[in-house]
Design a protein around this ligand. Structure first.
Ligand code: UDP
Length: 330
């Protein structure tokens, strides 16, 4: 089987690519490298630098014979999406439709989509099941929800089956792949930069949320657990499974302060912390129930304790202190 991994040079996509390859599935990676890293794509994989909004490029890739698509390509910064919604609707939604049209032209009918728990928005429900109302509080979540809606109607009208996987905070490292964005906005990599002495302090975005310690609670899942779920979802669809939406979570949320404390334990460093103002578009609590995928595909998060995720990310950071800068290919 040959799978096109769109956005396969990104953090989650490149881990999935590695796991597919390890399991004997041929992966072709398409990535525009705006936020992905060429170095994180295994050398054994065919890599095409291109944009999923480029129909001609997609045709050339599909002409080689593709059996299924995994779609990770997206901008994913909540704050930026509030500032610049056009960028998010264009890249995350409009360009996804270009990809889906290419799939239709080439009779590719199987799609795994990287969605997000941000489609649920602000909620008092925890953990959130897949039936929860969908009310994103920011354009990032809204753009992902728009793709989910398109997939639902496409699957009814055309021979097209999809699995949409909703998760929130990928964490940890796998093999030579770790989390490295530029600029970095994510909590765990920032905490590790502070621990490594590359940043003076960590700012907590608000400590007056209606949570036990006043800071936001998120559902952190190890990137290798997420990758495992993508591969299981692919096999499910290839075995004839119907279109489906699954949450991916570890069942336990962690507050920003808990992440800081765990980072201090793992690294043995005291982190200078400052309380700042809230970041716009941030819901107080987002924790997903994964009962449905556990029931259907026997998936559970195996590596998703805070200590394990931060420990793996810390080991990766010590190996690659400057992330992907100055690195060769792997
Ligand atoms: N956060 C924070 N300080 C930072 C970065 C993030 O307090 O420097 C908080 C943020 O408000 C959120 C949580 O940490 O509640 C996780 O944020 P991240 O950006 O890692 O992921 P997101 O939840 O936005 O997908």
């Amino acid at each position: 089987m040959r799978v096109l991994v769109v956005g396969g040079a990104g953090y989650i996509g490149s881990v999935v690519t590695r796991i597919l390859t390890q399991q004997g599935v041929e992966a072709v990676v398409l990535d525009n490298l705006i936020s992905g890293h060429r170095e994180s794509v295994p050398q054994s994989c065919r890599f095409v630098q291109g944009d999923m909004g480029d129909a001609g490029e997609l045709d050339r890739v599909f002409e080689d014979g593709i059996d299924a698509v995994m779609h990770f390509a997206a901008h994913s910064l909540v704050g930026e999406s509030v500032e610049n919604p056009a960028k998010y609707f264009d890249n995350n939604f409009a360009k996804s439709l270009v990809l889906f049209e290419a799939m239709r032209r080439h009779q590719v009918q199987t799609l795994i989509f990287s969605s997000t728990a941000a489609v649920y928005g602000e909620t008092n429900t925890s953990p959130i099941t897949e039936e929860h109302p969908l009310n994103p509080t920011n354009p990032y979540g809204e753009s992902k929800l728009a793709v989910e809606k398109a997939m639902k109607w496409y699957s009814r009208a055309y021979a097209f089956r999809y699995a949409s996987l909703r998760y929130f905070n990928a964490a940890g490292a796998f093999d030579a792949v770790g989390e490295d964005h530029s600029p970095e906005t994510h909590l765990i990599p920032i905490a590790l930069q502070v621990a490594a002495g590359q940043r003076d302090e960590l700012t907590i975005f608000g400590d007056q949320y209606p949570t036990p310690d006043g800071t936001c609670i998120r559902d952190y899942v190890h990137v290798a657990d997420l990758a495992d779920a993508h591969v299981k979802a692919l096999r499910y669809l290839c075995d004839g499974g119907d279109s489906v939406v699954f949450n991916l979570g570890n069942g336990t949320g962690h507050s920003v302060k808990e992440v800081v404390a765990a980072t201090e334990r793992v690294t043995g460093k005291k982190l200078p912390v400052r309380i700042g103002s809230v970041r716009s578009g941030d819901p107080a609590v987002l924790v997903a129930s994964s009962e449905k995928i556990t029931r259907s595909l026997s998936w559970t998060a195996q590596l998703s304790s805070l200590e394990r995720m931060i420990g793996d990310a810390w080991n990766w950071k010590q190996k690659y202190p400057r992330g992907y800068s100055f690195r060769g290919t792997h």
